[in-house]
Structure formats: structure tokens, C-alpha cells
Design a protein around this ligand. Structure first.
Ligand code: C2E
Ligand code: CA
Ligand code: CA
Ligand code: CA
Length: 278
């Protein structure tokens, strides 16, 4: 009877319930992770396609859980966003990025550091601005070395967004639109907001050397960005062929495994010594 009970239980534990349980478990562990400072930032280089030099990097969060090992952001960021823990985590990312960017600045490197800000953080604009101002003041980093990556979905809910973005721009921080091409933002959105940089989504880049439609799409995005006086970063560049195609189309900067995976600070600094910026 015991065995059939267990079997019945398993039968009724739907995939949905399992997902909910997993979410709850991660949420509980995430709360502790914030307290115990289990997060770390990795950095992935952004390379000038014309001369191969590292001109910047993207900060990507990693969660080192004592029992589970490293948990990928794809698994915990959605949970963090759902539970609003993303606010605390995001605040930590901002402060840590500013500290690191200032360290590099003090070493005489001219390196831009971009970081991801969730739509949830933009939903609390006063707090976001306060944390940004606080981190700039505390560290003394030059704001123009910083770049915020936000996703297109944000632009679809533009209530009050223009004001926050203008204020961030007024602080001297640059704005990049992440995963460009996957959402629904139109030209009018792009013109409406003070966006400096478009990041071409990996999905177009990865097939662009095999698929003519994707190559056309990349070409179109590059032309459009240039018309709007925006600069471009191609994401997910994995092959030399993709890099040369992007260079030919006039894209300025690339990021992807072809150059390097995201790395811990020490490894990234070693790479910088081999390929110094400027
Ligand atoms: P994203 O912002 O689009 O970041 C790029 C992702 O693509 C990173 O995954 C990076 O490791 C990966 N990637 C880079 N180059 C290549 C490549 O050549 N090929 C392939 N296949 N992948 C490449 P990661 O680090 O796992 O991050 C996943 C997502 O998690 C990020 O996507 C971002 O949406 C989110 N995320 C990461 N860090 C943060 C953070 O600090 N705050 C917030 N709110 N979200 C973050
Ligand atoms: Ca990003
Ligand atoms: Ca992206
Ligand atoms: Ca993404």
C-alpha cells in the first residue's frame, strides 16, 4: 500500500507543481544568497572589430551556492524577478560594477563596463536612480565608463520611462538596448528614447554565416542603427566567419565565445594584459 501511495503521489505531481516547488526552493535559497554574498560578477570582453582590441566588457552575474555549485542566471534571474529579490541583487550588481570599473580606471585602463538592469528595477525608478547616484558618489568612477543594458520589452511599457532614462543619461551613464531584434520595438520607440547602443541579438548573429535571411537582418539592423546615430555591438559571435561578415557590414564591436567566455576578474585582467585597450 505504501508503494502504491508513493506511485499515486508521483502520478499527481504534475510538471507544473514541480516547477512551482523548484521556484520556491530557489527563492528560499536566493534570500540566503543575498545575505551570505554568494554572488560574483564575471566579465566578458567586448572587442573592437577593426583592431581586435578589448574596449569594454559586460558584467554577468554568477551564483556560487555552497551545495549546488554554480547556478546559471537563466535559472535564478527569472525567480529573482518574480519575487522582487532582483531589486536587492540588482542593487548589489550596480555597486559591485562601479567598484570594479573604478579599480580599472585607477589602473589607467579605458574600459567601458556594461551591466544588466531588469525591467523590475526600472519599475522603481526613484530607487534605481538613488542606487546609481550612491554608487557613483561612493566610488568616484567616471559615469561615462558605465553602460546599462535593458531589454526591448521595457520600451513597450513606456509610462514614465522616458524620464528615468533621461535622468540616467544626465548622470553620464550610457544606455544600451539588449537582445535587439527579438522584441517588437519599432523605429519610433528607438527614436523616442535616449539609447546610445544597440546590441544585436545572438540569434541573428549565430546563423548569419549560414542563413541569408539572418545575414540580411543583421545588415538591416546595422544600417538602421547608423542612420539613428547609434553604435552597435554584435552578441554571440562564435566564429571568425561571423566576425569578418560583421566587420564587412560596418559593425564596430563584437562580443562572444570567439573572443572569450565570461571570466572571473583575475582571468579577465590577464587577457587585458595580452590585449590592452588603446
Ligand atoms: P544577456 O544579457 O543576453 O547576456 C548574454 C548571455 O549570452 C550570457 O549568458 C553570456 O554568457 C552568453 N554568451 C556570450 N557569448 C556567447 C556566445 O558566443 N554564444 C553563446 N551561446 N552564448 C554566449 P549568461 O551569463 O548565462 O546570462 C544569461 C542572462 O541572464 C543574460 O542574458 C541576462 O539576461 C541575465 N543576467 C546575467 N547577469 C545579470 C545581472 O547582473 N542582472 C540581470 N538583471 N540579469 C542578468
Ligand atoms: Ca546583456
Ligand atoms: Ca543579450
Ligand atoms: Ca538575453
Amino acid at each position: 500500500a505504501k508503494q502504491s501511495g508513493r506511485a499515486t503521489h508521483r502520478f499527481f505531481t504534475s510538471e507544473l507543481q514541480e516547477k512551482a516547488l523548484e521556484r520556491l526552493k530557489i527563492e528560499r535559497l536566493l534570500r540566503k544568497a543575498v545575505e551570505n554574498q554568494e554572488f560574483e560578477l564575471y566579465y566578458q570582453p567586448q572587442v573592437d572589430l577593426r583592431n581586435g582590441r578589448v574596449i569594454g566588457c559586460e558584467a554577468l552575474i554568477r551564483w556560487n551556492h555552497p551545495g549546488m555549485g554554480q547556478v546559471s542566471p537563466a535559472r535564478f534571474i527569472p525567480v529573482a524577478e518574480h519575487s522582487n529579490l532582483i531589486i536587492e541583487i540588482g542593487d548589489w550588481v550596480i555597486r559591485e560594477v562601479c567598484r570594479q570599473a573604478k579599480r580599472w580606471q585607477d589602473q589607467g585602463l579605458r574600459l567601458k563596463v556594461s551591466f544588466n538592469v531588469s525591467a523590475r528595477q526600472f519599475m522603481r525608478p526613484a530607487e534605481l536612480l538613488q542606487v546609481l547616484r550612491g554608487a557613483l558618489d561612493d566610488t568616484g568612477v567616471t559615469p561615462s565608463l558605465l553602460e546599462i543594458e535593458m531589454t526591448e520589452s521595457l520600451l513597450l511599457d513606456p509610462h514614465g520611462l522616458g524620464t528615468v532614462l533621461d535622468e540616467i543619461r544626465a548622470l553620464g551613464i550610457h544606455l544600451a538596448l539588449d537582445d535587439f531584434g527579438t522584441g517588437y520595438s519599432s523605429l519610433s520607440y528607438l527614436r523616442r528614447f535616449p539609447i546610445d547602443i544597440l546590441k544585436i541579438d545572438r540569434s541573428f548573429v549565430s546563423d548569419s554565416d549560414k542563413n541569408e535571411d539572418d545575414a540580411e537582418m543583421v545588415k538591416t539592423i546595422i544600417g538602421m542603427a547608423h542612420n539613428l546615430k547609434m553604435s552597435l555591438i554584435a552578441e554571440g559571435v562564435e566564429t571568425a566567419g561571423q566576425a569578418s561578415m560583421l566587420t564587412e557590414y560596418g559593425c564596430e564591436v563584437a562580443q562572444g565565445y570567439h573572443y572569450s567566455r565570461p571570466m572571473q576578474v583575475a582571468a579577465f585582467e590577464t587577457l587585458l594584459q595580452q590585449r590592452p585597450p588603446h
